[in-house]
Ligand binder design. Structure first.
Ligand code: OFO
Length: 159
């Protein structure tokens, strides 16, 4: 059985994961709009992955006998300056999620909930991978600058 504190924190995280999915979907729509189908596909895949994260929390709260409370999903940003601006926004958002997962882990440890510590470890590793991937894309975008041909190639790689 989950403690009240953990149940509330998990419900908040569930909402953040759905918001992440929504944010990536908004980015997918924008990339499509500015003619970057490869980046749009990358964002779509991320949106699905975030939905999968949300459902992992959904299933876990249930498994632990907790009560799920779905909240409203915040409206995501829907316009950016360029692809670099989008990926910098992605990194900032993922860093925010990493902090949120770390806070959850601290709470699980404080509550001596060993099952939660196990469960959250998966997300801790996932965040390391996500931040590294995005930082790598940002570096590539910075090296190539606003070069149209390079952007075309990066878009194909992202596809
Ligand atoms: Fe992008 O990460 Fe969910 O957790």
């Amino acid at each position: 059985m989950l403690t009240q504190n953990l149940q509330e924190a998990y419900n908040k995280q569930l909402n953040k994961e759905f918001f992440s999915s929504y944010l990536y979907l908004s980015m997918a729509a924008f990339c499509e709009h500015i003619g970057l189908p490869g980046a749009a596909n990358w964002m779509r895949v991320q949106a699905e992955e975030e939905n999968f994260h949300a459902m992992k929390f959904f299933t876990y709260i249930n498994e632990r006998g907790g009560r799920i409370e779905l909240d409203a999903i915040e409206k995501p940003q829907n316009e950016w300056k360029n692809l670099l601006d989008i990926f910098e926004c992605v990194l900032k958002h993922e860093q925010y999620i990493t902090k949120s997962i770390n806070d959850l882990m601290n709470l699980a440890m404080d509550e001596r909930d060993h099952a939660s510590v196990q469960f959250l470890s998966w997300f801790i590793n996932e965040q390391v991978e996500e931040e590294a991937t995005v930082s790598d894309i940002i570096n590539k975008l910075k090296i190539t600058g606003a070069d149209g041909q390079a952007l075309f190639m990066i878009d194909q790689i992202l596809a």
